[in-house]
Write a protein that binds this ligand. Structure first.
Ligand code: 5GP
Ligand code: ZN
Length: 107
């Protein structure tokens, strides 16, 4: 089972920001900005390259809800997903990084 599947199962604890039946948003363990949140589907999908359009259809408004909850809407934020080896993906379970809470210009 991958690390993020273990987080979904509750085997590894997490600091949850928002959750529904399909998705989970939690704080990154090694934050790269004042706000650094990871959003994942609860089902194991390896990366953006494999995700279905059905999952993305629901994931988009969920991510927007997370950014609203984090009050990032006015100042903005960065949304990133790394894919595979060259993309620098370390955890092989689709995840979006939400980074913000500060200016990310130059980062
Ligand atoms: P990637 O490099 O795969 O795009 O990003 C993986 C992210 O997951 C990294 O930012 C890393 O800090 C985070 N991460 C890895 N293991 C854990 C964990 O056990 N808990 C939490 N909350 N974040 C993790
Ligand atoms: Zn997984």
């Amino acid at each position: 089972m991958c690390i993020f599947c273990k987080i979904v199962e509750g085997v590894i604890p997490n600091k949850t920001i928002l959750e529904n039946d399909e998705f989970l948003a939690f704080e990154d363990i090694n934050p790269q900005a004042n706000v650094h949140v990871i959003v994942i589907p609860k089902v194991h999908v390896e990366s953006f390259a494999e995700v279905s359009s059905d999952t993305m259809k629901n994931m988009t408004p969920f991510i927007q809800e997370v950014t609203e909850k984090l009050s990032l809407e006015t100042q903005g934020y960065r949304l990133i997903t790394n894919i595979g080896k060259d993309g620098g993906q370390e955890v092989p379970h689709l995840h979006f990084h939400i980074l913000g809470g500060q200016s990310l210009r130059g980062l």
